[in-house]
Design a protein. Structure first.
Length: 142
């Protein structure tokens, strides 16, 4: 199974959120708004998309530091295919999957190194997870 996100309060300094861009892909408007607001409140630059097609267009023109995507999206698109496309464009892009319809995600379906968090999640959990994933990415880049 793809590892579940562990929500831990970070102790080392968080990455510079002023420059970190998060792409939130969620077809449920209320859930998308809650996730985006939580990340915006922490100083992240947030882009949103309602389906994989819209997200792919954003990824083609924007620099994104983390992809946070629902698995089952509108217009018969899905976050699994989106993540594979995103990794072709940016091989080191951190990916966090979420779903309300799944309890887990088999590794064969996910991109390597990704994280899965089941819905419902609290906005504070999303923020902590984002900080952890970005911090880990920075540590691996050094």
């Amino acid at each position: 199974m793809v590892p579940f996100a562990a929500f831990v309060c970070p102790s080392p300094p968080a990455p510079d959120r002023a420059v970190a861009t998060i792409l939130v892909v969620e077809d449920e408007p209320t859930v998308c708004e809650l996730a985006a607001e939580a990340l915006l409140d922490e100083g992240y630059r947030v882009l949103t998309a309602a389906d994989a097609w819209e997200a792919e267009a954003i990824l083609a023109r924007e620099s994104v530091d983390l992809l946070f995507t629902d698995i089952d999206l509108a217009r018969n698109t899905d976050g699994l295919s989106l993540a594979r496309c995103a990794r072709r464009l940016s091989p080191g892009l951190p990916v966090v999957y979420t779903s309300g319809g799944r309890a887990s995600l088999p590794p064969c379906e996910a991109v390597p190194g990704s994280v899965f968090v089941p819905k419902p999640y609290r906005p504070s959990q999303l923020v902590a997870l984002t900080q952890d994933v970005l911090r880990a990415t920075l540590l691996h880049a050094v």
